[in-house]
Each structure stands twice: as C-alpha cells, then as structure tokens.
Design a binder for this molecule. Structure first.
Ligand code: ZN
Length: 103
C-alpha cells in the first residue's frame, strides 16, 4: 500500500497523466484523484510507475480489485479513454487490454 505521506509519487503520477482520470477521461483537482494499480496489489501488481495510473474516486471504486483488462473488457468508452490517456503504463498492460477484447 502506498503510504499516505508519499505525496511525491502521487503528484508525479497525477502530473504525468495531466490530472486526468484515465478511465472516465475527465480532469479533476488533485484531492479528487487517487492512484490506481493497473494490476492490483492483491494480484501481484507493484508501485512501479508503469503499473500506476490516475483515477477519480468513482472510477477507482468501480474498478475495485479487478485488473484493468477485466474491468475494461465490457466498458468500451472507458477502454478507449484508457488507451488514449494511459500512455505511460507498461506495454504488457496495453496488450492485455487489447487481447481481452480482440481489437
Ligand atoms: Zn474517472
């Protein structure tokens, strides 16, 4: 888990993603954003910047403990947003998302 005091990592990821939720595609002030693990911690994901994206609280709650590919498989709008905005995540995450819907 990311320590609440580690503002530098949060701010770095938010800035990289231009304070935009990669799932709904909307910009938010920093206090309404959270760090999302593309591959959840409980499924072996880590705190590498290639595994972290910016997400609003609503999207992060909806995603829950699913990996991004599973969450996005039935959500074409959110999937399109992710592929457009989450350009800094590891390529294997992008491949998994594309393979889950055969696009
Ligand atoms: Zn969102």
């Amino acid at each position: 888990m990311i320590h609440p005091e580690d503002r530098s990592l949060r701010e770095r990821i938010f800035a990289r993603d231009e304070y935009r939720c990669v799932y709904c595609g909307l910009p938010f002030p920093g206090e309404q954003l959270s760090l999302d693990h593309v591959q959840p911690r409980m499924r072996g994901g880590d705190n590498s910047e290639g595994n972290l994206v910016t997400a609003c609280h609503a999207c992060n709650t909806r995603k829950g403990s699913l990996p991004a590919w599973a969450f996005l498989a039935e959500l074409p709008d959110e999937r399109a947003n992710f592929l457009r905005y989450a350009t800094a995540v590891w390529p294997r995450h992008i491949r998994a998302i594309r393979e889950a819907v055969k696009v």
